[in-house]
Design a protein around this ligand. Structure first.
Ligand code: GLC
Ligand code: GLC
Length: 820
């Protein structure tokens, strides 16, 4: 069953009924000001950090679902009837409801009693504000006398404190209302120099800033007393719960259309100029007034919207494909890179499933997110890599998370997730291949955010690898630490205390838990480092780089160790536990085979020559693959195992306990392409492709335009149901799998590689890839069943499958690839 459809032409997903199984959300903003917005206008806004600079309030897991948002009420002054064009919060029946989620904007509208009302919400590029453009049309034969009420609820900045510290917060709220603009300035009197504002393009009939006066005692957002009686209370918030609500009266002739604009924004004043006049307690509005005036003008709002559209055209133009499969074209061309932008920006902080108060930017997560993002805005990738590296410790280890606002490592979570530093190597390599900007490696970067400890980034990478080599267990495999990629395999935790964090608690020291997954990751990272250091030595002689032999040797040794001690007979073992016993082995009662080492060891090249890679992937197909995707392990843990930790805390089929953890499905896809199995890789790709799952919306339930972290596995009663959409490494990895490995177009140090491993039934495809300022138009044609590729570049055959950068500053290249 579908709840809408794709409009590929406009790059939108169109939702045609408001009661989707879950709120289907979108993101507004892609730089510093962000919002989430659902298909019924639920959601909130924040500046940079969803916890520390929360602008509007939202109640997670609310009843009714998804309450608190960017609300507009339309009231017919003749009848007194009122409704919300976005359906929520009144949930009044509406006609021809539509929500269009586009790239950085959302349009929601409906008709009721002959009045069409539609709002376009977006954040202009380069600004810290959002614009709501509300269009009203009178389709009646007579004039319509309407009242509009806007409403948002301000959050008192720190979202965690806001949701818990009521003894203080009920007394601190402060606002000013001047010239129709509502300014929210709680705590501005003391240490803050930022405030929020909510403005309207029309003359106001009235306003409200105190929530309970707007709503009325014991009334909800569905039935505010101000709207019901058709008049604001002109309330002024002193403490309690500041809101922003404007009341506008409009008379529309038959057939008349009008646009009303609202602005919600964030603004900072210089600390020394906070007040105007100086010495008063009045907000200095001098610098914000021009911004407000500008975007309240329709022409400026429209121009900002056009600019946003053009920005996305440019970003998406970097990689476009036309294949025989519409789900590929749509996900690769539009939605997957769009999701990559969201994950890169907000990491795992703010979504319908992430509360914005928990996690900062994860070290491993952000490095992986970069893999799907770096081609779009490399300069931001560069900045992110430097920020991440600055949270690395001198040992080479890393803070597991850092806060986006302060860019400092999070002490509460700490370090010792032993896979973390290796992801930095993969991310830096991806950046270099995309940009050829070797200066990055010479950038001085501190350790642990400590001034004076600067070393070139290259040295950080060396320490990343050394960190693993300094922490080997009895089999010579890497020690796992608190956890590796799988946060829930906690082999040193042994928690029997309810509520304790599985990730940060270590109850037993001195264990020997080792990770075969980290071994695979290490081999891949060491190989990358070898390649990278050869070039670094050529490009940056001062760096004294270039110990490729050392890294090749380390990769070889680790590979040998993994094959000797990490092979279980028909697949790669997952780990050795605290006591040196096998995890993810045929010998185990449950959890006999895990997906992660099968993917990563093969990606690292292990077992390619001796058939073990083939065998491992055959075991995945046999034991882990389901119609909805590949589950993380099997058999699911039926009970809690003290020595395994959180993985066994989940009921069977959910999350890491045998859920389809979509993040690592692409590792198997990539591994399959390395063995030349195009059909198998593509089949796995399609099983979790959100667009392909659109038609089973009642089963999948999450948005069909973005990946979810998890789809319930076959052990779960809700097999096939997705959860935790949007903020997941699934986005970047699926993008890498389809664009670089299945379609086979990947940047390398020496040029653009074209080595597709596509389904046998495809006759070919065309693609456009912009790399380092050169546009490559690629046509792939299948001449035979294999994957051998021969290339012609601008009509001239070349050796190998890497197209070198064109000579003489040319910026257009035609590539013809023949497969078979
Ligand atoms: C979550 C975490 C990620 C981890 C994964 C598996 O997605 O954000 O860091 O690797 O779960 O546990
Ligand atoms: C839980 C989740 C896991 C996530 C972790 C983050 O353990 O199961 O997916 O990575 O929390 O701390």
């Amino acid at each position: 069953m579908r709840y809408g459809h794709f409009d590929d032409e406009r790059r939108e997903y169109v939702i045609t009924r408001p009661d989707t199984p879950l709120p289907w959300i979108n993101y507004l903003g892609c730089e510093a000001y962000f919002g989430i917005i659902s298909n019924t206008a639920g959601g909130y806004a924040f500046y940079r950090d969803a916890r520390l600079r929360r602008i509007t309030r939202y109640r997670y897991n609310s009843v009714p679902l998804d309450y608190g948002g960017r609300y507009i009420y339309v009231r017919d002054n003749a009848s007194g009837a009122f409704w919300s064009p976005s359906w929520q919060p009144t949930r009044h029946p509406v006609e021809d409801y539509l929500c269009r989620h586009g790239l950085g904007y959302t349009v929601i509208g409906s008709s009721q009693a002959g009045i069409r009302a539609e709002t376009r919400y977006f954040v202009p590029l380069g600004e810290d504000l959002e614009i709501w453009q509300l269009t009203l049309a009178n389709r009646r034969a007579e004039p319509a006398h309407l009242s509009l009420f806007s409403c948002i609820e301000f959050c008192l900045w720190d979202a965690l404190d806001d949701a818990s510290n009521f003894q203080r917060n009920f007394s601190t709220g402060q606002v000013e209302v001047v010239d129709g603009v509502i300014y929210h300035k709680t705590e501005y009197r003391e240490r803050r120099n930022h405030f929020a504002y909510f403005a309207c393009s029309e003359p106001l009939e009235g306003s409200d800033t105190q929530r309970e006066d707007f709503l009325g005692p014991y009334r909800g957002w569905d039935d505010p007393q101000a709207v019901a009686r058709g008049a604001s209370g002109n309330s002024h918030a002193h403490g309690w719960a500041p809101i922003g609500s404007h009341h506008v009266r409009l008379a529309l002739e038959p057939g008349e259309r009008r646009e009303v604009r609202f602005l919600l924004g964030y603004h900072e004043n210089p600390r020394e100029d906070k007040f105007d006049p100086p010495g008063s307690q009045t907000l200095n509005k001098q610098t914000v007034r021009p911004v407000i005036a500008k975007y309240l003008q329709k022409a400026n709002a429209d121009a900002a919207f056009a600019e946003l559209r053009a920005y996305w055209d440019q970003l998406l133009g970097i990689y476009q494909v036309h294949t025989p499969d519409e789900h590929v074209n749509r996900m690769v061309g539009i939605w997957n890179p769009y999701q990559n932008m969201a994950t890169f920006n907000v990491s795992r902080s703010a979504s319908f499933f992430e509360s914005g108060i928990g996690r900062g930017l994860g070290f491993r997560d952000s490095n992986q997110d970069l893999l799907g993002f770096v081609h779009m805005v490399p300069s931001r990738g560069r900045e992110r890599l430097l920020d991440l590296a600055a949270t690395q410790l001198e040992t080479g280890g890393a803070y597991h998370q850092y806060q986006p606002l302060t860019k400092r490592g999070n002490d509460a979570v700490g370090s010792d997730f032993n896979d973390d530093p290796l992801w930095l190597v993969l991310a830096v390599a991806a950046y270099l291949k995309e940009t050829d900007d070797w200066s990055l490696l010479a950038e001085p970067v501190v350790y642990e955010n400590k001034p004076g400890s600067e070393q070139p980034l290259y040295e950080h990478l060396q320490r990343s690898l050394q960190y693993t080599l300094d922490r080997l267990g009895p089999h010579g495999l890497p020690l796992i630490g608190r956890a590796d990629w799988n946060d829930c395999l906690n082999l040193n935790c042994f928690s029997d205390e309810p509520g304790e964090s599985f990730q940060t608690t270590t109850h037993r020291e001195g264990g020997v838990a080792e990770s075969v997954f980290i071994a695979g990751l290490f081999v891949l990272a060491a190989k990358e480092m070898a390649e990278l250091s050869v070039r670094a030595a050529q490009r940056l002689p001062d760096l004294a780089a270039g110990r490729p032999d050392k890294y090749r040797q380390a990769a070889r040794e680790m590979a040998a160790t993994a094959l000797a001690h990490g092979w279980d007979g028909a697949w790669f073992l997952r780990a050795y536990d605290h006591f040196g016993r096998r995890v993810g082995s045929d010998a185990c009662e449950e959890g006999q085979i895990y997906i992660e080492p099968q993917g990563f060891c093969v990606m690292a090249g292990l077992g390619l020559e001796d058939g073990r890679a083939e065998q491992a992937l055959a075991s995945v197909a046999e034991r882990l693959a389901t119609s909805h995707g590949i589950v993380l392990q099997q058999p699911a843990y039926s009970r809690y195992y003290l020595h395994l930790g959180e993985i066994s805390s989940y009921p069977p089929g959910y999350k890491e306990n045998a859920g389809i953890f979509c993040h690592n499905n692409p590792w198997i896809m990539i591994a399959e392409t390395m063995l030349g199995h195009g059909d198998q890789a593509f089949d796995y790709y399609m099983r979790i492709n959100p667009s392909a799952r659109e038609e089973i919306g009642e089963v999948h339930r999450c948005e069909p335009y973005v990946y979810a972290q998890m789809i319930a596995g076959r052990d779960a009663p809700t097999f096939g149901e997705a959860k935790n959409s949007w903020l997941t490494g699934t986005a970047a990895w699926n993008y890498v799998a389809i664009t670089q490995w299945i379609l086979g177009i990947r940047p390398t140090y020496d040029g653009l590689q074209v080595a597709p491993v596509i389904p046998a039934a495809w006759s070919g495809f065309t693609a456009t890839r912009v790399l380092r300022g050169v546009t490559y138009r690629i046509e792939v044609r299948r001449a035979g069943p294999g994957r051998a590729v021969s290339l012609q570049v601008d009509g001239v055959p070349i050796d190998g499958d890497v197209v070198p950068p064109p000579p003489g500053g040319r910026d257009r290249v035609r590539v013809a690839a023949t497969l078979g």
